[in-house]
Design a protein around this ligand. Structure first.
Ligand code: SAM
Length: 240
């Protein structure tokens, strides 16, 4: 741990395990939203949004969906939502909890939901670290963290989503045998994620490849990396 990190940031790195809500370091807003996305945020998001839980509240993830899904999956930081929408469409029996803080990204996923008439996505439009503690043990059948912000500077490493505090939560939430999928195009992040995962005996590696598996739809950041000629690494670990 770099000695110059402020105490607040050091605590937040442990999945916001301090009493204060975790601090989010990414962007919340980009370009002004087009009217269509603005309308979806006003009119559709309230029907799909999971409210921030009160302290100590437990959320039953199955009860968020109708009809009840056979499994619930979680996607952290869905960006513009291409992967989320494709997974939801290909797996209609699954309920997907998708979390994103970036307003323009929320509009992107809502557009896909409306166009494909997807009924099996619920959105947490906030920092997912505020939601995770409220979900019950072993409630997830899969979790995705795709192209997370790399925070490549060493002194910002504690901001990276893959870290021991968040992994403790994902370990608690994933049912035995179920997968955590991570992808990145950033060599520092790939190495970091592998080191973080290697520290744990509650996950075992099941996949590392530069070829995206067929049941793993593309995402916006992956497309951007491939267009620049940067290769991507797709990794998965199973909860032991
Ligand atoms: C580099 S983008 C990748 C987006 C998408 N997964 C893709 O592959 O195109 C990472 C996204 O994660 C979101 N994010 C980062 N930390 C988050 C958190 N704690 N909760 C929810 N979203 C988060 C950011 O807002 C950002 O949009």
């Amino acid at each position: 741990m770099a000695p110059d990190q402020p105490d607040r940031e050091r605590r937040d790195g442990a999945a916001g395990q301090s009493c204060r809500p975790p601090r989010f370091y990414g962007r919340r807003k980009g370009k002004p939203l087009r009217q269509g996305k603005q309308e979806l945020i006003q009119n559709l998001l309230p029907d799909l949004a999971i409210p921030t839980p009160a302290a100590g509240e437990t959320i039953d993830p199955i009860a968020l969906f109708s009809p009840p899904p056979s499994e619930v999956w979680l996607e952290v930081g869905f960006g513009a939502g291409e992967h989320t929408a494709a997974q939801a469409s290909a797996n209609p029996h699954v309920g997907l909890i998708a979390s994103e803080v970036f307003l323009n990204g929320l509009g992107g996923l809502l557009k896909h939901i409306a166009a494909l008439e997807l009924a099996n996505i619920r959105i947490y439009p906030e920092d997912v670290r505020k939601l995770l503690p409220s979900l019950p043990d072993a409630c997830l059948g899969r979790a995705f963290v795709l192209f997370p912000d790399p925070w490549p500077k060493k002194r910002h490493a504690v901001r990276r989503f893959i870290g021991q505090g968040n992994l403790d939560q994902l370990s608690r939430l994933l049912a035995p045998g179920k997968e955590l999928r991570v992808a990145s195009d950033h060599p520092i992040y790939i190495e970091w994620a592998q080191e973080q995962m290697a520290m744990r005996d509650d996950f075992k590696p099941v996949l590392t490849t530069n070829l995206r598996p067929s049941d793993w739809p593309p995402s916006r950041y992956e497309q951007k990396a491939l267009e620049k000629g940067v290769s991507c690494t797709y990794m998965a670990w199973a909860r032991v």
